[in-house]
Design a protein around this ligand. Structure first.
Ligand SMILES: *[C@@H]1O[C@H](CO)[C@@H](O)[C@H](O)[C@H]1NC(C)=O
Ligand SMILES: *[C@@H]1O[C@H](CO)[C@@H](O)[C@H](O)[C@H]1NC(C)=O
Ligand SMILES: *[C@@H]1O[C@H](CO)[C@@H](O)[C@H](O)[C@H]1NC(C)=O
Ligand SMILES: *[C@@H]1O[C@H](CO)[C@@H](O)[C@H](O)[C@H]1NC(C)=O
Ligand SMILES: *[C@@H]1O[C@H](CO)[C@@H](O)[C@H](O)[C@H]1NC(C)=O
Ligand SMILES: *[C@@H]1O[C@H](CO)[C@@H](O)[C@H](O)[C@H]1NC(C)=O
Ligand SMILES: *[C@@H]1O[C@H](CO)[C@@H](O)[C@H](O)[C@H]1NC(C)=O
Ligand SMILES: *[C@@H]1O[C@H](CO)[C@@H](O)[C@H](O)[C@H]1NC(C)=O
Length: 308
């Protein structure tokens, strides 16, 4: 294990040692009677392995209280689909750590769709999502009465003929430099594209469907789930209020916090927790050192929770 990971690992253990002990004490007592909200909000996938959890939820597979209403996801084949202003987007990835996700037009992936061109601009007003500044717009121009320059443009053959041309381009300046007037085109729309992850030379080798499939990044702002998850909980809502669902019951913000109070009132002693040899059952340990030495077992079990 990397020293840094080990540091994080031990910090988490320090913070939550008592919680973990309490959870497993109650597990032992109640033989896996987990809170139904906690169970209902377990991460699920549409089949492709991408884990969906708060603030998202899959309708039909998870309860709506596991996330926000406009983070509802449906499954198309094995892919998670998010609908934004009546357009369907395939979720290619979700970065829970920095509140962002990578999406691509579902039409670009649809084999029945022979000409997956956008006809309106993405509208994020009245959504919790925002475009990220590193996204670059790909502009689509339709029914132009002049042939576009060959350089830095993507022809759209399915809706072009000898008198009317349709194409896509990243930068209008390229067209202006070539004296190409966009007044010769009937209408236009743009799609954001995450071009950061690709070599520019490769970008020009692609066709417009392949560029659309690269997708774009959006970020979101919601109640932060970091401390709830770090304490072993799953975020969601109860009576429209943010809560942290834990194995025993819903808590306010983290499983640790409220459980510490419980420990006092229930009078659990460290000694009692140590009676149970729970070392191998603690999920955290599975991601921690593979074989903790007998010494480290004792030391983590008896470490009191840190004061911060
Ligand atoms: C998804 O979650 C499951 C269980 O929580 C975990 O085993 C799996 O590794 C996760 N998959 C990915 C791709 O993170
Ligand atoms: C959530 O809060 C934690 C600290 O409580 C912070 O480190 C983290 O960056 C926040 N996450 C996001 C995505 O804002
Ligand atoms: C979030 O993290 C992922 C993976 O590290 C990265 O690809 C993505 O660009 C980040 N998102 C933002 C908004 O910076
Ligand atoms: C999309 O936005 C561009 C630039 O703002 C605008 O010129 C165009 O008319 C818009 N297209 C649609 C279909 O609304
Ligand atoms: C192009 O022009 C034709 C005929 O005027 C029209 O039917 C068609 O909808 C236009 N296509 C686009 C993409 O605007
Ligand atoms: C080319 O396409 C335009 C718009 O779709 C249409 O109005 C026109 O009749 C077509 N011309 C030919 C020669 O097919
Ligand atoms: C564009 O037009 C200007 C002025 O009419 C001319 O000087 C220039 O050579 C033209 N550029 C191209 C690429 O045709
Ligand atoms: C774009 O390229 C892909 C892969 O090379 C190909 O399957 C697809 O038919 C091409 N699409 C168009 C519109 O040329």
């Amino acid at each position: 294990m990397e020293p840094k990971n080990f540091f994080t690992f031990t910090t988490v253990l320090h913070k939550c040692t008592i919680t973990i002990i309490t959870i497993f004490t109650s597990l032992a007592n109640h033989t896996l009677a987990l809170d139904p909200h906690f169970e209902a909000c377990a991460p699920k996938t549409c089949g492709n392995g991408l884990n969906i959890s708060y603030p998202f939820w899959i309708s039909g597979k998870q309860q709506s209280y596991c996330g926000y209403p406009n983070f509802e996801i449906t499954c198309g084949d094995e892919e998670p689909i998010l609908s934004i202003s009546e357009e369907d987007y395939i979720i290619k990835n979700i970065f829970y750590a920095n509140n962002s996700l990578l999406l691509a037009s579902a039409a670009a992936y649809d084999r029945q769709e022979t000409c997956p061109t956008p006809h309106h601009n993405i509208s994020l007003s009245r959504t919790p999502f925002d475009l990220i500044s590193t996204d670059t717009n790909l502009f689509f121009f339709y029914n132009c009465t002049k042939k576009p320059p060959d350089y830095y443009t993507y022809p759209i053959d399915c809706i072009s003929n000898s008198t009317h041309y349709s194409f896509a381009a990243f930068h209008e300046e390229v067209l202006l430099k070539a004296n190409y007037s966009l007044d010769l085109c009937r209408n236009s729309a743009f799609v954001p594209v995450d071009v950061e992850s690709i070599n520019i030379a490769n970008l020009w080798q692609m066709n417009y469907t392949e560029v659309l499939k690269m997708g774009f990044l959006l970020d979101w702002t919601t109640h932060n789930c970091t401390s709830c998850e770090a304490s072993g909980g799953r975020c969601g809502f109860k009576d429209s209020k943010f809560v942290c669902f834990c194995t025993d019951k819903p808590h306010v913000e983290t499983c640790c916090h409220d459980t510490l109070k419980d420990i006092k009132s229930d009078g659990y002693s460290k000694e009692k927790a140590e009676e149970l040899d729970i070392t191998d059952d603690v999920g955290l340990l599975k991601h921690g050192p593979p074989t903790p030495s007998p010494d480290s077992r004792t030391s983590w079990k008896t470490t009191p929770p840190s004061s911060n």
